[in-house]
Design a protein around this ligand. Structure first.
Ligand SMILES: *[C@@H]1O[C@H](CO)[C@@H](O)[C@H](O)[C@H]1NC(C)=O
Ligand SMILES: *[C@@H]1O[C@H](CO)[C@@H](O)[C@H](O)[C@H]1NC(C)=O
Ligand SMILES: *[C@@H]1O[C@H](CO)[C@@H](O)[C@H](O)[C@H]1NC(C)=O
Length: 488
């Protein structure tokens, strides 16, 4: 009997190990950031289907939108749900507010709807140098309050807190990874946070962007941005670094190690390359960078300091035409898919038999018609410049700049592009193509070469009519009752 039990025991140990290994492998599948700053967002159901059909097993959100989380229910997809920076001060000053946040945005979804929430991202790059320390006081207390709320909700074992940080929280004065440490001005603060994460078995999340280095530094060696580049390697002691990602990631590993957290798990919260809005933001480079990253991820090859698999979320799933372009015009073009879920380039995630991305299904487009500059208008018309400024301020002209996908348009093409963008963003409202008589609607597609004049999708709110109907029925009932009451 004892023998048998022992055998069952070792069977379950082996089984348990298999399970553990398969969990670890699952956790390390590729993730994607799902942002929603779009004038015409895809319906969450369409995006969830897109994720599943592409074998994307993890998703990172920037807030806790109810319909989005609901659509992720019962899918098994791992979710990192986000708390926007503007909520940090409330959550920092009130544990009640944190309890409510967890209850409404985590517990409810995990219990009622089987959403596989695994992380809460407290803030989004709150220590960015450009924020001038605005969120320094609030991030840590908010993190503590959310962690406590998760403990109270008995979820702290499966849901971990983290703070997605920009790589500018650490630096290396010597530019060698081994010189890495947290930024001087926030050193004490960072070690406090990292200790808290470590005490609670939570990971450090960092966003790494070789593209931004290239964008901001004219002397940055282009080849060093890529995984297959032939850049002159950086030699750090006995280690050679052939690409910026490895060197940057290892700078963080050194910073953590130096402060006593050598084994802290690291998540790459954002990694990617934009396809438009700058001379270096194009399909060719994006394909090269993302495929390079994916291939090494699929091979489970880490960095010199951390040779294991890398846990990462691609930035981004789809383009977002309402993102702020203060950092640059490229901001609206990070998607591996266009705003309507169409793959931009050949990209093998290693997750499907197809060997490339699967496009979104079930879309409804607006009519195939465009708004352009009326051919009879002369280019010296003084109304043109203000009309273009008006359109571009409200729509999206980020593809018009030098080296961008529509950078080769002539003056007429430029104006038409601006008009069309405004017209489409306004759902082809006739009024939105007037421009004091300068605009005209056409059925012939002005797109050419790389320059695409998009037609938008029908906004999904009006397409998904269930909620709408319910509301309609309810208000109808109320008016009948009121009518009935007033009659007697
Ligand atoms: C839940 O998250 C949403 C979206 O981020 C937010 O608007 C809402 O205030 C949160 N709920 C609570 C109770 O804080
Ligand atoms: C940070 O400070 C700079 C210079 O003082 C200022 O221009 C900028 O608006 C500030 N940014 C924020 C987010 O407060
Ligand atoms: C088109 O617009 C872009 C961006 O506003 C500008 O840089 C470019 O010079 C314009 N081209 C022409 C031919 O007007």
């Amino acid at each position: 009997m004892a023998d048998f039990r022992q055998r069952v025991g070792s069977f379950s140990v082996i089984f348990g190990m298999f399970w553990l290994i398969s969990m670890v492998m699952k956790v390390n599948g590729i993730g994607a950031n799902w942002g929603t700053q779009c004038s015409h967002p895809l319906s969450p159901d369409i995006v969830v289907r897109l994720l599943r059909e592409n074998g994307i097993q993890k998703v990172k959100l920037f807030d806790a939108d109810y319909t989005t989380l609901h659509a992720l229910g019962n899918t098994g997809i791992e979710v990192m749900v986000g708390i926007p920076n503007d909520m940090l001060s409330t959550l920092a000053s009130s544990s009640k507010a944190a309890d409510r946040w967890v209850s409404e945005n985590v517990t409810e979804h995990v219990n009622k709807n089987k959403v596989n929430i695994r992380y809460v991202a407290v803030g989004n790059e709150p220590f960015l140098a450009t924020y001038n320390g605005s969120f320094l006081k609030t991030t840590f207390p908010a993190l503590q309050n959310i962690q406590n709320a998760l403990v109270k909700a008995r979820l702290s074992n499966r849901v971990k807190v983290t703070v997605p940080s920009n790589a500018d929280v650490y630096a290396s004065p010597s530019t060698m990874p081994s010189g890495g440490d947290f930024r001087d001005d926030i050193h004490g603060y960072m070690t406090q946070i990292v200790k808290f994460l470590s005490d609670n078995g939570a990971p450090f999340t960092v966003n790494i962007y070789p593209f931004i280095s290239l964008y901001t530094d004219a002397n940055f060696p282009v080849e060093y941005a890529f995984f297959d580049g032939n850049a002159t390697p950086l030699t750090d002691g006995g280690t050679s670094y052939f690409n910026m990602f490895d060197a940057n990631y290892d700078t963080l590993v050194w910073a953590l190690q130096k402060n006593g957290f050598a084994n802290m798990p690291i998540i790459v919260g954002e990694i990617g390359w934009p396809t438009d809005g700058d001379i270096n933001a194009n399909v060719k480079y994006a394909q090269r960078f993302n495929q390079g990253f994916m291939t090494r991820t699929a091979n489970g090859k880490g960095t010199p300091m951390r040779p294991g698999p890398i846990d990462a979320y691609l930035f981004s799933l789809i383009d977002e035409d309402q993102k702020s372009i203060q950092p640059g015009s490229f901001e609206r073009h990070w998607g591996i898919f266009t705003f309507d879920g169409q793959p931009k380039y050949q990209f093998n995630l290693g997750t499907t038999n197809l060997g490339t991305l699967v496009k979104a299904k079930g879309l409804t487009y607006e009519e195939r018609q465009w708004c352009v500059l009326k051919p009879s208008i002369k280019l010296d018309d003084s109304r043109l410049a203000p009309s273009v400024s008006y359109a571009c301020a409200r729509a999206d002209c980020t593809s018009l700049g030098y080296g961008s996908s529509c950078g080769d348009l002539d003056a007429r093409g430029n104006i038409s592009y601006a008009y069309n963008s405004y017209y489409q963003i306004n759902d082809q409202d006739e009024e939105a193509c007037k421009f004091e008589g300068l605009g005209a609607i056409t059925k012939s597609d002005p797109s050419r070469d790389t320059c695409r004049f998009p037609v938008m999708i029908v906004p999904y709110e009006s397409g998904s009519d269930q909620v709408f109907h319910l509301r309609g029925i309810r208000s109808c009932l109320v008016s009948v009752i009121i009518l009935f009451l007033t009659m007697f």
